[in-house]
Design a protein around this ligand. Structure first.
Ligand code: NAD
Ligand code: UPG
Length: 329
């Protein structure tokens, strides 16, 4: 029994691959390397370079490797980009997911794990957000993912596979053993940008919006460590292979940090001051989003091991340093 991991050469997918390999499971990765890197994968893992919408390639890969499960990470992921290029995002995240699902169903995939997002909730009136809240995305990225959630649920009902939809909150940090981390040089994620500023790789950073209705005026987010998130996928897979029911689960710690708090932590942990510009709001950003995090603990018995923002920032700094030493920035 092998897991097909789409987007496995990317940031989160590569941590899922490590979690599976560490647990002695068989994995094959399908990735077009648009934002992923083959060097993030352990050498024993087979990488198929190609597009998730290539039905023949997907069917051949599933057959050749005897895959029973699909973990679908491949996507475009930047909220403001989705506002500028909505049709590109609906193609990459929705249309291609439909094609992948069709090939997977035809090839007999039994279980699907899907990378969804807190962005499906939009701008919730209260936080933390439980899974029972009706989704109401406020940007094309969130909508592109919500449509995929619906397709998966409908197709599962019609074709008899089981699924776990994981709605990630803000993913951060790196493998504590230093084997992978966020490696996209122009990544836009807050902790990545702030660590690059701390290490002098950027002259400054910007804080987008200080007039939000939050305690310090900057946006609140729930930062989940990437190996904890990968472990959630591993236990979700065990649950499905053990005959467990389909589920939709938040992945977060249930605590929000403001952008300004995160910047302070990066300055403190790195011991470096850096220039911070207070800038206007960025398109598509909700003011605050924090996970209701009980359901995943009770349904899957998931126990986070890295719920510590300082440790997350330290891992991100160590990974940035590692990339710089290998000229991979
Ligand atoms: N990073 C976050 O904070 C976050 C939060 C919520 C949800 N997510 C979701 O998690 C998933 C992984 O995100 P990430 O942060 O690892 O991003 P990433 O860009 O590092 O990884 C995406 C991977 O998918 C590959 N890919 C993209 N389009 C492809 C295609 N058509 N065919 C084959 N491969 C393709 C890329 O090359 C890359 O390796 C995405 O689905 C994203 O929406 C991420
Ligand atoms: O240089 C920067 C980068 C970000 N931010 C702010 O920091 C917060 C977090 O931004 P970012 O790290 O880009 O993440 P999000 O836009 O919240 O989106 C991430 O988290 C979502 C789930 O909450 C996922 O769906 C997305 O894929 C993922 O990119 C936002 O308020 C940004 O405006 C800044 O102020 N300056």
């Amino acid at each position: 029994m092998t897991v097909l991991v789409t987007g496995g050469a990317g940031y989160i997918g590569s941590h899922m691959v490590l979690a599976l390999v560490d647990a002695g499971q068989d994995v094959v990765v399908l990735d077009d390397l648009s934002t992923g890197y083959d060097w993030l994968l352990p050498p024993e893992v087979k990488l198929v370079v190609g597009d998730v919408a290539d039905a023949d390639l997907v069917a051949r890969t599933i057959r050749t490797h005897g895959c029973d499960a699909l973990a679908h990470f491949a996507a475009r992921i930047v909220v403001p980009d989705s506002v500028a290029d909505p049709l590109g995002y609906y193609l990459a995240n929705t249309v291609k997911t439909r094609a992948l699902l069709e090939a997977a169903v035809r090839s007999g995939i039994r279980h699907v794990i899907f990378s969804s997002t807190a962005a499906v909730y939009g701008e919730p009136a209260t936080v933390p957000v439980p899974e029972t809240l009706d989704p109401n995305p406020i940007n094309p990225y969130g909508r592109s993912k919500l449509m995929s959630e619906w397709m998966i649920a409908d197709a599962a009902r019609a074709h008899g596979f089981s699924y776990v939809i994981l709605r990630y909150f803000n993913v951060a940090g790196a493998d504590p053993r230093g084997r992978s981390g966020q490696s996209t040089p122009n990544a836009t994620h807050l902790i990545k940008v702030a660590t690059q500023a701390a290490l002098g790789q950027r002259s400054h950073m910007e804080v987008f919006g200080t007039d939000y209705p939050t305690p310090d005026g900057s946006c609140l987010r729930d930062y989940i460590q990437v190996s904890d998130l990968a472990e959630a996928h591993r236990v979700a897979l065990d649950h499905l292979r053990g005959g467990g029911a389909s589920l939709t689960l938040n992945c977060g710690y249930g605590r929000g940090y403001s952008v300004l708090e995160v910047v302070d932590v990066v300055k403190r942990v790195s011991g470096r001051d850096f220039a911070v510009r207070l800038s206007p709001r960025r398109a598509g950003d909700p003011a605050r989003i924090v996970a209701g995090s009980e359901r995943i603990r009770t349904e899957l018995g998931w126990v986070p091991r890295h719920d510590d923002l300082e440790a997350i920032v330290r891992q991100a700094l160590d990974w940035e340093d590692h990339l710089a030493k290998r000229n991979r920035i």
